[in-house]
Design a protein around this ligand. Structure first.
Ligand SMILES: NC(=O)c1ccc[n+]([C@@H]2O[C@H](COP(=O)([O-])OP(=O)(O)OC[C@H]3O[C@@H](n4cnc5c(N)ncnc54)[C@H](O)[C@@H]3O)[C@@H](O)[C@H]2O)c1
Ligand SMILES: O=C(O)CC[C@@H](O)C(=O)O
Length: 530
């Protein structure tokens, strides 16, 4: 008999199939502390949660029989994925079940914002008949900027069209063709910020999306914009937003999510009359809660019964023979994927991977999965992409992956070459594993280099002219950013060249802009590899 613990309020109808299963016993115990969970988790084979239970490494450690943690929802930020993977516990989510509900909540927020519904309600029930203070705006003929055109963002865009809105969308995987099919216009974050009347965010919270709307964006924002966040707290810089509201740059904001939940009683959103809030209710409808619970229960049953399953968000065990041969290359592959995706401007349309030298002797598909994980994990969030779903995510986004193998690997015993093609450019990176030295990037586009793929790197395109290295060194020194190593690559003397710096900490944005003012410096880009 399998024992399943449901530790958050999850729809009864959704978990009915588990309760009806003859080989499963379900216990519902909500509101447990970490200590209480640690004390009882040892007896369970499966754990079902929403977002309240924090499934920590301590809980995983005590979970001697646990095979699966099922998250009835999308975000798995309350589950320690690394600890789960280390212990061979599969984590699954229910990515589709609450899409429409959250999209509808976004609309509810947008309309409440446009027509001051919460403020007008509060006054009316408080006994004041005030028809003057709440002059609203129509959605019709307004420009809506959508940041993040995945499941929810795309549904929001569809519905916004029915309201007669013009939609500008941005997503690293949105091509002009896909945008045209959706009847929207592909735009940059900057274009959205400067032109939209309403803006809504639907990305995961990743290092790249954290504060993607902050002081720099508010400084150039179209005056009177209205902003909605029903995705994750922290995508919009909360302090900067309050300032922008107070300065009249932002006419109003509607937030379902906070950087820290629940927000402190003195959180500035809670006392600002132009900011309306809900307590993370995006997914809270009868239908969505049933959908996600049904989806997750079905997959939990498959896993317990050792049947094929879907929606895993962490890594399953890899057969030992494959592991021995390929494992040394996994980290390199993922880093190459992450490196090259950070270099590409525009939406990736095709990924070409070539495995050369001794790598051509084995089935490299697991390695392809790691490379795809590096490419997609950078934009979709490391907690959402793993080697199980990385190829599926590529397919879902219409990105073709072409792999090839070759016995010869230039001067190396092994070589992985990854190139990404977007509409207007193709970028390439190649890496190898050097015995005794570890992973190395050995080629970037057409330039030969020798760079360990780790930490903070700065890639600079420049003209090979005397003095440029000194000028860059001086500039970094003046900003207290220490350059640990410097690699220069060129093809001919005096021609186009690249420089790769590895630095000890993040590079301030103003340093990158100041660098571009140096003579003979063409482009500079920070690349972060964990
Ligand atoms: N409020 C709620 O209760 C609630 C409910 C469901 C989902 N969510 C959250 O909503 C968000 C979206 O969910 P989804 O199901 O649509 O996810 P999704 O993975 O389908 O879509 C997310 C999209 O964001 C894009 N993206 C990543 N980085 C970006 C960047 N820098 N700029 C622009 N786009 C970027 C990705 O390419 C992807 O297409 C997630 O954060 C999810 O956790 C919240
Ligand atoms: O469980 C919830 O209500 C929140 C769900 C939502 O944030 C998600 O990421 O799916």
């Amino acid at each position: 008999m399998f024992k399943v613990l449901v530790s958050d309020p999850i729809s009864d109808m959704g978990i009915q199939q588990l309760m009806d299963a003859p080989d499963v016993a379900v216990d519902k115990k909500t509101g447990l502390s970490e200590d209480e969970l640690v004390a009882i988790i040892g007896e369970y084979d499966a754990l079902l949660v929403r977002s309240q239970t924090r499934v920590t490494a301590r809980i995983m450690e005590a979970a001697k029989s646990l095979k699966v943690v099922g998250r009835a929802g999308v975000g798995v930020d309350n589950i320690d994925l690394q600890a789960a993977t280390q212990r061979g516990i599969i984590v699954i989510n229910a990515p589709d079940g609450n899409t429409i509900t959250t999209c509808e909540h976004t609309f509810a927020m947008m309309m409440a914002l446009a027509r001051h519904i919460p403020q007008a309600y509060a006054k009316t029930v408080g006994g004041t008949w005030d028809r003057k203070s709440f002059l609203g705006v129509e959605l019709r003929n307004k420009v809506l900027g959508v940041l993040g055109m995945g499941r929810i963002g795309s549904e929001v865009a569809k519905r916004a069209k029915a309201f007669g809105m013009e939609i500008l969308g941005y997503d690293p995987f949105l091509t002009e063709e896909k945008a045209a099919k959706l009847g929207i216009k592909l735009a940059s974050v900057d274009e959205i910020v400067r032109n939209a009347d309403f803006m809504t965010v639907h990305t995961p919270l990743t290092p790249e999306t954290r504060h993607m709307i902050g002081p720099d964006q508010f400084a150039v924002m179209k005056k009177g914009m209205r902003i909605v966040n029903c995705a994750r707290g922290g995508i919009i810089d909360e302090q900067a937003l309050v300032q922008a509201v107070n300065e009249g740059i932002v006419a109003g904001a509607a937030f379902d999510v906070f950087e820290s939940e629940p927000p402190a009683p003195d959180h500035p959103f809670l006392s600002n009359p132009k900011i309306i809030v809900t307590p993370h209710l995006g997914a809270s409808t009868v239908e969505a809660q049933e959908n996600v619970a049904i989806d997750v229960s079905e997959q939990v049953l498959h896993i317990l019964r050792n049947e094929p399953f879907q929606n895993a968000v962490n890594m399953p065990p890899i057969p030992a023979n494959v592991m021995t041969k390929l494992q040394p290359y996994f980290e390199l592959g993922e880093k190459l994927g992450s490196f090259i995706t950070q270099l590409l401007n525009g939406a990736v349309e095709e990924i070409n991977i070539s495995f050369s030298g001794e790598l051509a002797e084995v089935d490299t598909q697991p390695l392809t999965r790691y490379i795809a994980k590096g490419i997609f994990g950078h934009h979709l969030g490391a907690d959402q992409v793993n080697i199980i779903n990385s190829l599926h995510l590529a397919k879902e986004r219409g990105v073709n992956i072409v792999t090839s193998q070759s016995q010869t690997a230039k001067d190396f015993t092994n070589l992985i070459t990854v190139s990404l093609r977007a509409k207007n450019e193709t970028r390439l990176v190649a890496g190898t594993l050097l015995t005794g030295y570890g992973p190395r990037i050995v080629q970037i586009d057409r330039f030969t280099v020798d760079v360990p793929p780790v930490g903070h790197l700065v890639l600079i395109s420049h003209n090979d002219k005397p003095g440029i290295i000194g000028r860059i060194g001086t500039l970094f020194g003046s900003k207290e950013v220490n350059i640990a190593t410097m690699q220069v690559g060129r093809q001919i003397e005096g021609g186009a060249a690249i420089m790769v710096l590895s630095v000890d900490k993040g590079v301030p944005k103003e340093l990158l802009s100041e660098m571009l003012e140096l003579p003979d410096l063409n482009k500079a880009k920070e690349i972060i590899l964990s």
